[in-house]
Design a protein around this ligand. Sequence first.
Ligand code: NAI
Length: 330
Amino acid sequence: MKIAFYDTRPYDRASFEPLLTEAGHRARFIENRLDIHTLDYAQGADAICVFVNDKVDKAVIEGLAALDIRLILLRSAGYNNVDMQAAHKHGIRVFRVPAYSPAAVAEYAAALLLSVNRKTHKAYGRIREFNFNIDGLTGMDLFGKTAGVVGTGRIGQMMIDILRGFHMNIIAYDLYPNPNLNVDYVSLDELMRRSDIISLHCPLTDETRHLINADSIEKMKPGVLLINTSRGALVDTQALIEGINAQKIGGVGLDVYEEEDSYFFEDWSDKIMKDRDLARLITFPNVLLTSHQAFLTREALAQIARTTLKNIEDYEANQKTDNEICYLCQ
Ligand code: NAI
């Protein structure tokens, strides 16, 4: 099979190329993101392989159908960037990698939490300038505090385990509470009101878009720490900026951003930043923002490549698999 890989970096090539070559497939690694303007790079391919910021909207799906491409392989778990209705209409099948390393993302969420709380990102900058002053670096003990986890799937559960290691009291909200999970499920309102730290681990859907908004921020405890490693649009950026300005929110760790697709994974250091909200967020001393890297561990990359290869094999064998996104089942 000939596969056009979009939005690739050297680490993608390193993890995919040996596996695909051994299995007799041919890969074209394209640095550009997929959108209507870069669709032509897929000419001659049987399938495309995309990541979180490739735009697989209706127009792109129609273009793919015109190129006779019948398979979309996602290198991610989330698929909010794919117009599933259009894919279904054109008979294009979509496979994803539902779980490659929940630990990678949960551990990263914990890393953001620890940094934002204890300000190690600021300490690093100071020490590099031989500034050994520790004024302004005061954090709080996590021990005995309340953590609110939104979404108790694979990553949320790992996060709960990690936070329990800090002896935090855990409360959780999930649209579909897991009866096998020993956790205190509460309403979203209660979670907002009681949590000292809030970590988001639910997918982006119509229901969860702007789950964190002016209303929910109003309910939060003063000084709350917010961690988002899921999808940027779970948070209303304007409301977040206002909440930080008003000193209601004490610290924020973001690995995702609502409008990240224009900036993340690219070097903008010698260009003018046009996104004022992103620029504003980066200027806050209590915000630690990273470029969607929670997934980036050796183990996760290897698992993404292995699962994608299996998805190709299942597609070719017309084998039923839970990794295929079923539009009609949603
Ligand atoms: P999962 O599917 O195992 O768990 C998601 C949980 O969210 C489920 O328990 C589900 O019931 C719950 N949920 C669904 N709708 C909800 C709603 N309206 N309100 C509250 N909870 C809701 O997914 P997993 O593997 O834990 O991943 C979670 C999210 O993490 C993904 O959707 C993805 O957006 C993000 N992610 C981010 C990565 C990164 O590199 N920053 C890497 C991988 C995933």
